[in-house]
Write a protein that binds this ligand. Structure first.
Ligand code: ATP
Length: 368
């Protein structure tokens, strides 16, 4: 084992036939033993990345490394990677034991060793004693577990999971999210999980790559990505956001909704045009006099745990508020928020541009 990233993509581009590239110059690193999620809308290239890690296809340009060794030409069966597919791809005519044992039989492992490993894998996914059950008679959640057992029995270094929970109903899906996360911790194997569901990604991952149109928009921990989205796409895709136009007056001072506010953001040019993000749950309703921002309540919905209140400020910006307190439609009220709740972005900035901008700022002697 080394300290190398277990997987590294270096300027990988993928094109199918003569179509436009579906992955564009993508570079990233995957560290050993963590739970990674590739998150993005349909068609953004998530499955294409998984297929290239699994070895089912090769990049059109660029390199893929496993533990520091280039693996572009290494066939799938020689990679220490197993995939759990969306439809599980189980063999309906084989029982649970034989489904899990399949890969080991291909490797010509001895019968007693196979029996021991299958038993262990089934125990890991809470299916001990299900060896002789038919796949047909199993629930969606149980099939899911068989598919996972079939992957872990091969003791791979990486497990790839391509939207494995999408066929399950909401309750079961939430249960399986906990189970999968727990399983990854116990096994210590690197998991790379694909989903288009942002809540699922936030709940499960150590690291998230947010993809859009064949590019990685942002990578980071769930809190990094939720609290510090680099651009509008990420802010919009991850949770609900209020995004309003503003101006960065100076470091730690931003103007929006016709008023100036203290904030914690820096590294912009004076009077730079920016976009300001505040999450609906970070806004608190109060009286007009006590609010930092004055708004008029336009509509309100009861959502069970909170009210979803839609307001407009004097500059015409729309503000969505999640509040346990009820408002009255038509009332003039105030909104309060902490300086930390304000997050400032440059319109359309990429993660790379974001990193460069802050680096240049620090180099210019602004380090705190
Ligand atoms: N074998 C193929 N031949 C041609 N185009 C393909 C092929 N596989 C995928 N594509 C195209 O590549 C793009 C990315 O597809 P990919 O399956 O990687 O996206 P995804 O993010 O996993 O989407 P989804 O969430 O819908 O599965 C899509 O536009 C898709 O139509």
């Amino acid at each position: 084992m080394t300290n190398q990233p277990i997987i590294r993509f270096e300027n990988v581009t993928k094109q199918y036939d003569d179509d436009p590239a579906v992955l564009k110059n993508v570079s990233f690193e995957i560290e050993r033993g963590k739970f990674y999620t590739l998150l993005g809308p349909s068609g953004c290239g998530k499955t294409t990345i998984l297929r290239m890690i699994a070895g089912f296809m090769q990049p059109s340009e660029g390199n893929i490394y496993f533990d520091g060794k280039r693996i572009n030409d290494v066939p799938a069966n020689e990679r220490q990677v197993n995939t759990v597919f969306q439809d599980y791809a189980l063999f309906p005519h084989l029982n649970v034991f034989e489904n899990v044992a399949f890969g080991l039989r291909i490797k010509k492992m001895k019968g007693d060793e196979i029996a021991k490993k299958v038993k262990e894998a089934l125990r890991f996914v809470n299916l001990a004693g299900y060896e002789n059950r038919e796949i047909k008679g199993m629930s969606g959640g149980q099939r899911q577990r068989v598919a996972i057992a079939r992957a872990i029995v091969n003791e791979p270094e990486i497990i790839l999971l391509d939207e494995p929970l999408s066929a399950l109903d909401l309750k079961l899906r939430t249960e399986m999210q906990y189970e999968l996360r727990e399983l990854q911790r116990r096994l210590g194997i690197t998991f790379i999980f694909v989903t288009h569901d942002q809540e699922e990604a936030l709940a499960m991952s150590d690291e998230i790559f947010v993809l859009n149109k064949g590019r990685i928009e942002q990578s980071g921990t769930p809190t990094d990505i939720y609290d510090e989205p680099v651009n509008r796409f990420v802010a919009d895709f991850i949770g609900e956001s209020n995004i309003v136009p503003g101006k960065m007056i100076a470091d730690f001072k931003v103007k929006f909704g016709e008023k100036e506010f203290d904030c914690v953001d820096q590294g912009f040019r004076p009077n730079e045009t920016v976009e300001v993000v505040i999450r609906p749950e970070d806004l608190e309703i109060t009286t007009r006099e006590n609010g930092k921002l004055q708004v008029r309540v336009d509509s309100q919905l009861f959502r069970g745990v909170h009210y979803e209140i839609c307001c407009f400020d004097e500059a015409g910006n729309e503000w969505l508020v999640h509040s346990t307190k009820k408002a009255v439609v038509g009332d003039e009220i105030g909104l309060n928020f902490d300086e930390e709740a304000i997050h400032v972005m440059l319109p359309g900035e990429t993660e790379e541009e974001f990193d460069k901008r802050l680096e240049a700022y620090d180099e210019a002697g602004h380090e705190e």
